[in-house]
Ligand binder design. Structure first.
Ligand code: AMP
Length: 216
């Protein structure tokens, strides 16, 4: 099964992708995570991407298409995957279609997680991640059961993304509307687009996505 998660920054794509990965054994392909790993590793792509990401803008289509083409060719993607953060422009959506034709892959569903944008700045600026296992948390909505200790792995170091501040979040939202939202009609016309209400709680959103998958 191949699933594409769409929605503005802070809609909960990463959280839902991680839950789907656990439930269905699908690999989560987060292009944001891949870029952050490239930055941490000091690669050439990471160096080019960092300034762009810190400004809240989009990394070039050429780089992103190359990254995702290499990643979906790896063995662990053969049984399906979840795309979280890709495609983000019409050119990326078209490039993905061409890659899928070459590989004999088919998109199962495109799930748009819809949210009230007034809530997004608060949602995003409160989030943090376990530095060891990557589990996501939030100051208001999802604190670790014991403060300072990751529920999943017991890690005690947490990180916050440099682009999760109010000003950059607003720029990322602008980019979403300008460059990413125009993809939605493309998938709607293909009969692939389903919407879920991202303002529901994390488990309720997960149930809605399960219903979409069952109906697909
Ligand atoms: P995310 O973790 O999905 O919020 O992505 C963080 C940042 O990485 C974005 O604001 C972009 O700068 C960059 N990025 C991630 N995925 C893409 C993509 N498919 N196309 C362009 N830029 C991307």
């Amino acid at each position: 099964m191949i699933l594409i998660l769409m929605g503005p920054p802070g809609a909960g794509k990463g959280t839902q992708a991680r839950m789907l990965e656990e439930r269905h054994g699908l690999v989560q392909l987060s292009t944001g995570d891949m870029l952050r790993a490239a930055i941490a590793a000091g690669t050439e792509i990471g160096k080019q991407a960092k300034a762009v990401m810190d400004r809240g803008e989009l990394v070039s289509d050429d780089i992103m298409v190359e990254i995702i083409a290499a990643r979906i060719s790896e063995d662990d993607c053969a049984n399906g995957f979840i795309l979280d953060g890709f495609p983000r422009t019409p050119a990326q959506a078209e490039a993905l279609d061409r890659m899928f034709v070459d590989k004999g892959f088919e998109i199962g569903s495109v799930v748009e997680i819809t949210v009230n944008e007034d809530a997004l700045v608060e949602r995003i600026s409160g989030r943090f991640t376990c530095a060891h296992c990557g589990e996501g948390y939030h100051d208001a909505f999802k604190r670790p059961k014991t403060d300072g200790i990751c529920d999943m792995c017991g890690g005690t170091d947490f990180t916050r993304r440099p682009d999760d501040n109010a000003e950059t979040v607003r720029r990322r939202l602008g980019e979403y509307h300008r460059q990413t939202a125009p993809i939605l009609p493309y998938y709607r016309d293909k009969g692939l687009l389903r919407q879920v209400d991202g303002m529901a709680g994390i488990d309720a959103v997960a149930r809605q996505i399960e219903e979409v998958l069952e109906a697909a």
